[in-house]
Design a binder for this molecule. Structure first.
Ligand code: F6R
Length: 250
């Protein structure tokens, strides 16, 4: 696991966006795994800027998002499809048919999960999977306790995740209780993982994920077993990471 610590959230964001852009420049048909959440909003803003100012080309790229709420239509402003449209897809030249999210409105949810796995496999797997981390160590919506070999599945959201995500909704009662998420095994199959965490609120969980024992209680700790995982942190999120593994790039 490579850990890159940046002095500020802005420079951590910039570095993450640059790595995604490099992947796209090297392979314009790259398959990107995407995530949602506050941490990644400025990454998508930076990618949109790179498209506008530096002509970063998304026309051949294919994307698979980690997760989607169950029971929210795509057009609902809180769906992850709406999030992706707002923050990235409407701002770059990506073909909408090349963007994939799990179908949280499917009648047969298990079949929708299997279909999503099949689509990822048929396209040849994910080249770069972008990740955020939840306060309980979740990646995607893999809540503790998680299994390191899980595939795309239906997950019950933890009370902590519901609380964290509630401000986007009219009331906490409106937060969906379930989501479809890629499994930890699905994520670990990606050729490269890139986890971004910023802010002091993530410091404890980041240290447990990158230096603590491998445990389903901290789902992100499974990333320690990935052969090509980069973790980008700002100094606040890195505050509890042991000094010897820190690499500062300014
Ligand atoms: C959502 C996802 C989640 C978030 C995580 C962090 O697609 O993958 O794992 O990345 O909950 O969210 P923020 O950045 O809002 O703290």
């Amino acid at each position: 696991m490579e850990i890159l610590i940046q002095p500020s959230a802005a420079s951590a964001t910039q570095l993450a966006a640059e790595m995604i852009a490099q992947t796209l420049r090297a392979n314009p048909r790259a398959v990107l795994g995407l995530a949602t959440g506050h941490t990644l909003e400025p990454v998508y803003a930076r990618l949109a800027q790179m498209h506008q100012k530096l002509l970063l080309d998304f026309s051949g790229c294919r994307t698979f998002n980690l997760d989607e709420y169950i029971g929210l239509p795509a057009a609902d402003p809180n769906s992850y499809r709406s999030y992706m449209n707002l923050h990235l897809f409407e701002k770059v030249n990506i073909a909408r048919h090349n963007t994939h999210l799990p179908d949280g409105m499917a009648t047969h949810l298990d079949a929708a999960c299997a279909d999503y796995e099949g689509r990822i496999a048929r396209i040849g797997g994910i080249e770069l999977q972008l990740l955020g981390i939840g306060l309980n160590g979740h990646i995607g919506f893999n809540e503790p306790p998680s299994r390191s070999d899980s595939r795309t599945h239906v997950e019950e959201l933890s009370p902590e995740t519901i609380r964290h995500n509630a401000p986007q909704f009219a009331s906490p009662a409106r937060v969906p209780r379930r989501a479809i998420t890629m499994g930890i095994g699905t994520i670990l199959d990606s050729h490269r993982c890139l986890l971004l965490a910023t802010g002091a609120e993530k410091a404890d969980i980041v240290a447990q994920a990158v230096e603590g024992p491998l445990t389903g209680q901290i789902p992100a700790s499974a990333l320690q077993t990935h052969f090509n995982c980069t973790v980008i942190l700002d100094s606040a999120a890195a505050a509890r990471v042991e000094a010897q593994v820190q690499t500062v790039i300014s």
